[in-house]
Design a protein around this ligand. Structure first.
Ligand code: NAP
Length: 279
């Protein structure tokens, strides 16, 4: 049996550390506040937003919820974000994605002040990440690094292969692994002979968005496999981008779905909120 990388446990550890930090900050008169904006009532988004509010309440962070109707205009949303940028009481601003089609999500992300960009999606945050400067890091990839470190898995010098090059997972993931001195390869839908490339990986991070895509023939014996994917099957059960049952006997460590990367995203969002307040 491989080492099971327990994201639920590690996320709980991080949240408890933050809870302690937030209580100390409160004693110093520093209160932390996160504004969460949701446009429309997409059920999946509502679940994510609720989980974020619950995590804030657990840690001692105030959350301000803005639940806007589907027909909210771009201008109205921009103006709310600008108002929150200027509100000294608000430390972090999160706009839940996806937004309705009539709203330009990139423009909204660019409107968020880089000092309050707790999702780490603003081009300034991404630029800072690329040049190794201080800044907010996208929560899911930051969570993957914590999973590896807190499970005692070294990254320096390792062959790291990332499947996927999205702006929110694949690209920042690759930069973070590079920052940890991994030797990094990014793969995508145009990669020739994907199995040959992934078969080199000591650490394989999968963010492809296809249920159970990665089977044992993609994986080197003894590799560490991190599954970022999240899908619900017909029975409403969660599964990842990796075929866990097929791969598990070949690898040295693996994240389950659920209970792997998923819980880390919110933990790292909370981490970013605390950092925002300490700036
Ligand atoms: P995405 O934007 O759809 O990106 C998928 C990436 O996979 C793209 O770069 C695409 O390449 C690549 N790809 C698609 N088919 C491929 C193939 N046959 N071979 C090689 N590469 C292929 O997805 P995402 O937003 O990064 O999310 C990826 C997964 O992570 C999803 O399952 C999502 O639900 C999950 N996710 C989980 C969390 C969490 O908190 N756990 C957070 C975010 C996302 P091209 O660029 O060439 O199209």
């Amino acid at each position: 049996m491989p080492q099971l990388i327990d994201g639920k446990k590690i996320a709980a550890e991080i949240k408890d550390e933050l809870k302690e930090k937030v209580s100390k900050l409160k004693e110093e008169g520093i209160h932390i506040c996160l504004a969460v904006i949701q446009v429309g009532d997409d059920p999946a988004s509502s679940i994510y937003v609720n989980n974020k509010k619950k995590a804030c309440a657990y840690i001692g962070i105030e959350s301000l919820a803005y639940e806007l109707p589907e027909e909210t205009t771009q201008e109205e949303l921009v103006s709310l974000v600008q108002k929150l940028n200027g509100d000294a009481k608000v430390n972090g601003i999160l706009v839940q994605l996806p937004l309705p089609d009539h709203i330009d999500a990139d423009a909204i992300i660019r409107t968020i002040s880089p000092d309050k960009d707790v999702d780490g999606f603003h081009p300034e945050s991404v630029g800072r990440l690329c040049i190794g400067a201080e800044g907010f890091v996208s929560c899911t990839p930051a969570g993957v690094i914590q999973l590896l470190k807190r499970s005692g898995i070294g990254i320096a010098g390792k062959e790291c292969v990332v499947i996927g090059r999205s702006n929110i997972v694949g690209k920042p993931m690759s930069i973070l692994l590079l920052r940890e001195n991994g030797t990094v390869t990014i793969t995508h839908s145009r990669t020739e002979d994907l199995k040959k490339v992934t078969g080199r990986a000591d650490i394989l991070v999968v963010a492809i968005g296809r249920p159970k895509f990665v089977t044992k023939d993609f994986v080197k014996a003894g590799a560490v496999v991190i599954d970022v994917g999240m899908h619900r099957n017909a029975d409403n059960k969660l599964c990842g981008d990796v075929d866990f049952e097929d791969v598990k006997d070949k690898v040295s460590a693996i994240t389950p779905v659920p209970g792997g990367v998923g819980p880390m995203t919110i933990a790292m969002l909370m981490y970013n909120c605390v950092r925002a307040a300490m700036k």
